[in-house]
Write a protein that binds this ligand. Structure first.
Ligand code: ATP
Ligand code: SF4
Ligand code: MG
Length: 369
């Protein structure tokens, strides 16, 4: 072997080695974010979750009924995944998010976070998990203290959670503000001195300050201009890739949900009516309610627009849900069974729907008869 061939093989070897190292790094990163489904590890499992708000009346506040805001909801979210949750106003999206974090107490059901049952924890144990599960609100302004600067607010959080104090905390504040697209000098400003988009960046900084694993994003861009919406969505996606975050992304905007989600669930009157991989749900919606929602989404090319499905009737009250399928008074495909039988959320290949047009949605006892 001459000198030339030795140096050529050494060079080839180092290229192969460098590439292999690069691939290993990339694969390790994907496994960390669980984007490769070798083991679909769930960060969050929600089982049979219910939240009924009592309706009280009279001098003695007698309970005369319940608003069934969340009524037997079951789903799970994989590590590093974004699960979109869509549905009309009042269907229970926010209540799902807040109940998962135990900002409101569930009426029934279980929330398993990272293998631990959140629902049975006492407040002391819950404090540790509060750090790992955060929320970003639609209107961050209403949740910011107007009398305290942004730097002051973040420093207090660092102190409360024993993350950093003094100079170390100040440095952390600067880094965090820069990471969410703000500047160091913004630490000295008060919430009213920011624009809507900047306030949402502060909301994101506040959620990130405790280094969480999971964030409920409750309509984080609904109150913003379209151009600012995309900046915030891009920021959320960058942060997810950088820190391996897992999101529950709540919105009534199906275009935004399509952009950011891996899987999507559709909610109607406190229940999930469809649950699928994003591509599958948008290309082939099973439930007539999802079909109606998607038919109303504007498309860039008007020649490709499918016929809009107009739903008749109002959304029923969650304190007086209809018999059988809750959607039957408004469903364009309603048939005799629909007012008598309540469908199960069921289906094959990760695509589930609760609709009696699909035999698997008939309850087990009826299928067995
Ligand atoms: N604290 C409460 N007390 C009583 N009823 C409540 C409470 N919070 C929510 N609800 C009711 O629960 C139902 C679901 O409300 P929720 O805010 O979860 O809906 P949403 O899907 O987030 O709506 P939106 O899209 O308008 O934000 C509604 O009927 C609402 O009036
Ligand atoms: S079960 Fe009946 S009413 Fe309900 S969505 Fe299906 S077809 Fe419509
Ligand atoms: Mg809401």
């Amino acid at each position: 072997m001459n000198v030339l061939s030795i140096s050529f093989s050494t060079c080839l070897h180092s290229i192969v080695f460098a590439n292999t190292k690069n691939y290993i790094y990339k694969i390790k990163n994907l496994i960390k974010l669980n984007k490769l489904n070798f083991m679909p590890e769930h960060l969050l499992e929600v089982k049979g979750l219910k939240k009924y708000f009592p309706i009280k009346t009279g001098l003695f506040s007698k309970t005369v009924g319940y608003v069934k805001a969340v009524d037997d909801v079951t789903f799970s979210i994989k590590k590093g995944e974004t699960l979109g949750l869509v549905g009309e106003s009042g269907c229970g999206k926010t209540t799902v998010g807040r109940t998962i974090l135990r900002l409101v107490e569930p009426t029934a059901g279980e929330v398993i976070f990272d293998g631990k049952n959140i629902t049975t924890m006492d407040q002391k144990e819950l404090k540790k998990y509060r750090k790992e599960m955060q929320i970003i609100f639609q209107d961050p302004y209403s949740s910011l203290n107007p009398r305290i600067t942004v730097g002051g607010m973040l420093t207090e959080i660092f102190k409360f959670h024993e993350i950093a104090e003094g100079e170390a905390a100040e440095k952390k504040v600067e880094n965090l503000l820069e990471r969410v697209g703000l500047r160091k000098i913004h630490a000295r400003r008060y919430p009213h001195e920011f624009s809507g988009g900047q306030r949402q960046r502060i909301g994101i900084a506040r959620a990130l300050s405790v280094e969480p694993k999971f964030i409920v994003c409750d309509e984080p861009v609904s109150a913003l201009d379209v151009s600012i919406q995309s900046q915030i969505i891009n920021l959320l996606q960058d942060l997810q890739n950088e820190f391996g975050l897992t999101y529950l992304f709540i919105s009534h905007d199906l275009s935004v949900v399509e952009h950011i989600s891996d899987r999507v669930c559709v909610m109607y009157l406190g229940q999930l009516v469809e649950f699928a991989e994003k591509e599958d749900l948008y290309a082939n919606p099973h439930h007539p309610y999802t079909q109606a929602l998607l038919s109303a989404v504007p498309v860039p090319d008007p020649r490709n627009k499918s016929k809009r499905i107009i739903l008749t009737g109002d959304v029923p009250s969650p304190s007086k849900v209809p018999s059988g399928c809750y959607f039957h008074p408004r469903c364009p495909k309603v048939f005799a069974d629909c007012s008598k039988i309540h469908p199960d959320l069921a289906g094959a290949g990760g695509h589930q729907q609760s609709c009696l047009l699909y035999p698997e949605s008939y309850p087990r006892e009826i299928k067995a008869a």
